[in-house]
Structure formats: structure tokens, C-alpha cells
Design a protein around this ligand. Structure first.
Ligand code: C5P
Length: 316
């Protein structure tokens, strides 16, 4: 029986547009998702019992069934009961580097790692599309976390079309330790404020969704034009999150005043990122914004865009 260690990268949104309501209560979205070098490590090994056990040192990460990683393991046990009975439960240890409730899909990435890891240690032989299908049952952005890279995500966020990899773009991420945004709150508030402009007919949603393929941002990504990418990034959720969290709005303004490619909030926030041409530029911008805002609760990370989703670091 084997155990494995996986790397689960965070994601940022380069684009997030809310198109309309869905009959399942979610939103029809058009997004462009991007993996980044900031990552958690997830170690999975067989446990002595039939149980699923989660261990994580981070005070904000639950170790029970409310953790998406737990639910991912539970799903595998439910779908493959005989294999579960044969191999027993799993013990999952999460080393957290990605900030929690940050709009960076940290929890989703952990769940994706659990699917990939259990597939491996139970010798299930599931393909990437099969893993992504299971991932969609757990959360909208978990399929992307499995495959990673750069991708258009539509529907609930689970329908993926991969784009060419972006390399040589660096970024600074910044997040206040004392601010977390609830994703359901952000979408609910958006619906309250902008719901009357939603596209409601299936044909309208389909044609709006299809437009992304020929959009200037996708064109800039295909041509690896970092300057254009920086100018075209967009996130509808900023319209509700930034007014509610003035500190986050100020942080974005502080980045916008620097010599960068572009700045935006990721997902439902509150993490703000600034795209940069080089590591040196990203470090310099980080230092300047840090000095300017001078708040001990504000944390920074410098990393780059990456082309991978879940990676197997080691297996025994
Ligand atoms: O799918 P996931 O669990 O990541 O979604 C978190 C919350 O975000 C949902 O409960 C829902 O409130 C909102 N959401 C949405 N439409 C989507 C994705 C997420 O309204 N397409």
C-alpha cells in the first residue's frame, strides 16, 4: 500500500463575469482561471481504521467533515465502497501556505489533491476527465484545481477549456489577516444589486458565454502579451466586495498607483494581486506598498504564474 505527497497550487481569476442565474441556485459564470506558485502540501496515507482523518496546524482550517478535503475523501469512499473496505480509511495532513477565505481556492485545491492522491494510493486508474467530474460534485472550481494552468471556466465554473500556458509573469499577492470574505455572501449581494441585469434566456447565456473565446483577453493570453493581459483583467465581484471592505479597495488603489501590468481582486476576495514583468519588480512593488500601508495585519507573497494543477511530489 502506498502513500503520497502532493503539491496543490492556489489559483487567481484573471477574469470573472457573472452572466445570470442557474436553476440550481448558482450563477452562470465566464471566468479565466490561472494557477500560481503559492501552494499547499497535502500528504495522504492509509489510516489504521476505516475512518478519514484530517490534520492541519492552521487554526482556521477545520479537521472535520466541513473541510472540503474531508468531503473529497468521503466522496471517494462512497463511489468506491469495495476499494475503501479493502484499503481502509485515509489520513490526510495539510501543510497550509495559501491563506484561508482569500479567494485563492486554497480549500478547493486541497480537495483536488485528495482526489488525485486517493486515485493513486487506491490504484483506481481514474483519468483526468473522470477526476474532474468527481471534483465538480464537491465545488465549482475544484475541477480546475485538478488540471490547473490557464483555462476558461464556464457554466458554474466547472466546464473547462484550457488556454496556452502563461509564463514569465510574476505577481505580488496581498491579504489582510483579519479580513475574510464569504463567497456565498459575495454572490448573494451581487444578485441583490445586479440581478435585474442578468441574462435569463438559455440562448442569451449561450451566446454570451461563447463570446469569451474571441475576447481581447483570450487573444492577449494566446499571444502571451503581458501588457494587454494586465489591462484587460476584470472581476465583477469587486463591485460588491470593494465598497464593503474599504481597506481592500485602498490596497488595490495602492497597487494601481505603481508601475505594474495590472491589479485586481481574486475571486470573491479579499486577496488583491498585482501582475508584474519580473521577480525583481514584484519584490520592489511589495516593499513599496508594504511601507505605504504599514499595517501588521497585511501579508504579502511574491510568486509567478504556473502551468500545473495538482502535482505528485513523492510516492512510496
Ligand atoms: O461551488 P462552491 O462551493 O465553490 O461555491 C461557493 C458559493 O459561491 C456557492 O454556495 C454560491 O453561493 C456561490 N457560487 C455561485 N455561482 C457559482 C459558483 C459559486 O453563486 N457558479
Amino acid at each position: 500500500m502506498r502513500s503520497c505527497s502532493l503539491i496543490a497550487p492556489a489559483k487567481i481569476n484573471l477574469y470573472l463575469e457573472i452572466i445570470g442565474d442557474r436553476s440550481d441556485g448558482f450563477h452562470e459564470l465566464v471566468m479565466i482561471l490561472q494557477s500560481i506558485g503559492l501552494a499547499d502540501r497535502v500528504d495522504i496515507k492509509p489510516s489504521d481504521t476505516q475512518k478519514i482523518c484530517i490534520y492541519c496546524d492552521h487554526p482556521l482550517v477545520p479537521e472535520d467533515e466541513t473541510n472540503l478535503a474531508y468531503r473529497a475523501a468521503q466522496l471517494m469512499c462512497k463511489v468506491f465502497p469495495d476499494v475503501h473496505a479493502n484499503y481502509g480509511g485515509v489520513s490526510i495532513r495539510i501543510a497550509k501556505n495559501i491563506p484561508v477565505a482569500a479567494g485563492l481556492a486554497g480549500g478547493s485545491g486541497n480537495a483536488a489533491a485528495v482526489l488525485v492522491g486517493i486515485n493513486l494510493i487506491w490504484n483506481l486508474g481514474l483519468t483526468q476527465p473522470e477526476l474532474e467530474e468527481l471534483a465538480a460534485e464537491l465545488g465549482s472550481d475544484i475541477p480546475f484545481c485538478v488540471s490547473g494552468g490557464t483555462a476558461i471556466a464556464t457554466g458554474r465554473g466547472e466546464k473547462l477549456d484550457s488556454l496556452p500556458n502563461l509564463d514569465n509573469i510574476w505577481l505580488v499577492l496581498a491579504k489582510y489577516d483579519n479580513i475574510g470574505v464569504s463567497t456565498p455572501w459575495a454572490y448573494k449581494t451581487y444578485r441583490q444589486q445586479y440581478g435585474n441585469s442578468y441574462i435569463s434566456d438559455a440562448a442569451g447565456i449561450k451566446s454570451r458565454t461563447a463570446k469569451v473565446n474571441s475576447s481581447p483577453l483570450v487573444n492577449a493570453i494566446v499571444n502571451k502579451n503581458a501588457k494587454k493581459i494586465g489591462k484587460l483583467i476584470h472581476n465583477d465581484l469587486e463591485k460588491v466586495v470593494l465598497p464593503e471592505y474599504p481597506q481592500v479597495a485602498k490596497l488595490k488603489s495602492a497597487f494601481a498607483a505603481q508601475d505594474i501590468l495590472g491589479t485586481m481582486m481574486s475571486g470573491s476576495g479579499p486577496t488583491v494581486f498585482a501582475l508584474c514583468d519580473s521577480e525583481a519588480q514584484a519584490i520592489a512593488i511589495k516593499e513599496r506598498v508594504k511601507t505605504q500601508i504599514n499595517d501588521s495585519q497585511l501579508r504579502f507573497w511574491v510568486t509567478k504564474l504556473v502551468s500545473n494543477g495538482i502535482q505528485i511530489k513523492s510516492q512510496t
